[in-house]
Write a protein that binds this ligand. Structure first.
Ligand code: PRP
Ligand code: MN
Ligand code: MG
Length: 181
C-alpha cells in the first residue's frame, strides 16, 4: 500500500518535537495576551495543522478565521504574485489578531497580508509561524512568534506541501529526489 512517509529523505522535526514547541509558543502567547480575547487568522491551506494544534494548546479565549492567499501554485518557487482566494468573515476592528502561518520563506505572502490586515483597524496585529527560512529577513516583516528557524531547503509535512501533497505527514522533512522526477 502507499505510504507517503516513505517519500521523506530526511526528517528535520518529528511530530513530538513540533508538539513540544507548539506547547511552549502557546504558553508564551497566553502570557502575552493575559485577559485579552484573541482572533487567530489562519492562512489556508498550509496553516491548517498549526492552527488546530496551537489553539488547543492555548488557554486564552480564542476564535479563528481563515484567509486563502496563494503565491506558490503547484511549484516549489514563489511566483511573486499574491492572490486573495478567500477573504475573512470576521471584522478586525478592535480585535487582537494573530496571523498563523506554517512557514515564512521569502516573506512575500506575509508582507502583503500584513499591510492588508493592518488597514482594517485591529487593536493589535502579530504573526505566529511554525517555521521560518533565512530569506524572510529581507522582507522586514516583524514576526513575534517563531516555532523553528530552518535552513533554506524545500520541506514538506505538517501542512507544508509539494504540489498539494504531503501536508498530512506528522513529521517535517525533505523529499527524496525520486519524488521530483
Ligand atoms: C506557502 C506557505 C506560506 C507561504 C510562504 O503557501 O504556506 O503561506 O507559501 O512563502 P513566502 O514567505 O515566500 O510567501 P502557498 O502559497 O504554497 O499555499 P498553501 O498554503 O496552500 O500551500
Ligand atoms: Mn500557505
Ligand atoms: Mg504551498
Amino acid at each position: 500500500a502507499t505510504d507517503v512517509s516513505q517519500d521523506l529523505e530526511k526528517v528535520l522535526f518529528t511530530s513530538a518535537e513540533i508538539q513540544a514547541r507548539i506547547d511552549e509558543v502557546a504558553q508564551q502567547i497566553d502570557e502575552d495576551y493575559a485577559g485579552r480575547d484573541i482572533l487567530l487568522v489562519g492562512v489556508l491551506n498550509g496553516a491548517v495543522m498549526v492552527m488546530s494544534d496551537l489553539q488547543r494548546a492555548m488557554r486564552s479565549h480564542v476564535e479563528m478565521d481563515w484567509m486563502a492567499v496563494s503565491s506558490y501554485g503547484a511549484g516549489t518557487q514563489s511566483s511573486g504574485v499574491v492572490r486573495i482566494l478567500k477573504d475573512l468573515n470576521a471584522d478586525l476592528e478592535g480585535r487582537h489578531v494573530i496571523v498563523v502561518e506554517d512557514i515564512i520563506d521569502t516573506g512575500l505572502t506575509l508582507s502583503y497580508l500584513m499591510s492588508n490586515l493592518a488597514s482594517r483597524g485591529p487593536a493589535s496585529l502579530e504573526i505566529m509561524t511554525m517555521f521560518r527560512k533565512p530569506d524572510a529577513a529581507q522582507m522586514e516583516v516583524p514576526v513575534k512568534y517563531v516555532g523553528f528557524e530552518i535552513p533554506n531547503e524545500f520541506v514538506v509535512g505538517y501542512g507544508l506541501d509539494y504540489a498539494g501533497r504531503y501536508r498530512n505527514l506528522r513529521d517535517v522533512g525533505t523529499l527524496a529526489k525520486h519524488v521530483y522526477s
